[in-house]
Design a protein around this ligand. Structure first.
Ligand code: 5GP
Ligand code: ZN
Length: 106
């Protein structure tokens, strides 16, 4: 999606550092962190939100990516959040899973 900020990040348009990546997803730091560590797990494939996801294989891979990225970041204890829909606080309409650890302001 050409006008999607996360697609642009995945494409390397902003030189965003990936703290972890694999075949299915990239992981980078949230620009406006709501915890000591705030990472975003973002599928390489553009899917608007969880409501548009019908690929349970990808969902499994994304959750495994959460675990792997948390381990790489040295996190033993963390919260995962998926905001689905504007009223629930979704601002970027490219599916992503938040990983929050440390002092969480959410
Ligand atoms: P949402 O509210 O959609 O669940 O989460 C979107 C998150 O993306 C927000 O926490 C916001 O701070 C983050 N974000 C928005 N634009 C950018 C960006 O350009 N770069 C990074 N690293 N994070 C972003
Ligand atoms: Zn996208």
């Amino acid at each position: 999606m050409s006008d999607c900020i996360f697609c642009k990040i995945i494409n390397g348009d902003f030189n965003t550092e990936f703290v972890y990546e694999n075949e299915y997803a990239v992981v980078f730091r949230d620009i406006n962190p709501k915890a000591d560590t705030h990472l975003l797990v973002v599928p390489r494939k553009h899917v608007e939100s969880l409501n548009e996801l019908d690929d349970e294989f990808l969902l499994g891979k994304l959750m495994m990516t959460v675990k792997e990225a948390a381990k790489k970041a040295g996190l033993k204890s963390y919260r995962t959040v998926i905001n689905t829909g504007k009223e629930a606080g979704q601002e970027v309409f490219h599916l992503h899973i938040h990983i929050l650890a440390g002092s969480i302001k959410l």
